[in-house]
Design a protein around this ligand. Sequence first.
Ligand code: ADP
Ligand code: MG
Length: 252
Amino acid sequence: MKDSEKSIIIETHELTKSFGGLVALNNVNLRIPKGELRAIIGPNGAGKSTLLNTITGRLTPTSGEIYFLGEKITGLPPHEIARRGIALSLQIVQVFPNLSVFDNIWLGVKMRFKTRNPFIHWRQLKVIEEKVIEICKKIGLENKIDEIASNLSHGDQRLLDIAIALSTNPKLLLLDEPLAGLSVKERRHVSNLIKELSQEKTIILIEHDIDAVMRLADRITVLDRGRVIAEGTPREISEDRQVQEVYIGSRE
Ligand SMILES: Nc1ncnc2c1ncn2[C@@H]1O[C@H](COP(=O)(O)OP(=O)(O)O)[C@@H](O)[C@H]1O
Ligand SMILES: [Mg+2]
């Protein structure tokens, strides 16, 4: 294996997903190096969520391959892909509304200590509890640790959703529109958090807020009708004629 190969965390090869006659992903080739924050942008229906759903195994690709850390993961079940180190935080917040912040994160962290034994040793419980508190602090929810999830503001629920994604200690974090529906202040908080997380994790970020994307991303991939139409640094993408046309076109 070449050195340049080693540093690729996720790669898709001619990835295609059709829904009946509709080709949502059309021969998508991605290569994302470890540590990068890659934004995926494109108009509604471009295939962005479908891309994340095929990477996590929620959807099976029609053809093509996905490699994670050099190993083929195409067609593996979602729990196996999660176990290998890929976590997804969705457009729609997926927390247990009746559980506290602590318990929501606890469930995720406990998965890491999966044993055949239904009883967890008290020492492990202690470790799990410390992890939960560490994640709460990182995410900025330490003052709301006992709050019931459904009582949290929309922004805090989004933070909790990201915390749950982090609870399995993923190597690759996928974020599907984490800023959607948030207030200006909440957006600032969540984008600062994403920036901070990008220091230690590889992140694929889908986001409509183009200013946030330009600020956060190392590189940007542009999808349109299932195809990659451009890829480059934020500056290269903002100067790309075809991208400008797609964006202006989608606004009309
Ligand atoms: N489960 C599904 N069944 C049928 N069509 C789907 C399904 N999921 C997505 N699509 C279609 O695939 C295309 C891409 O959708 P999606 O990946 O959600 O786009 P984006 O996230 O970029 O807005 C859209 O035309 C959408 O209607
Ligand atoms: Mg989407």
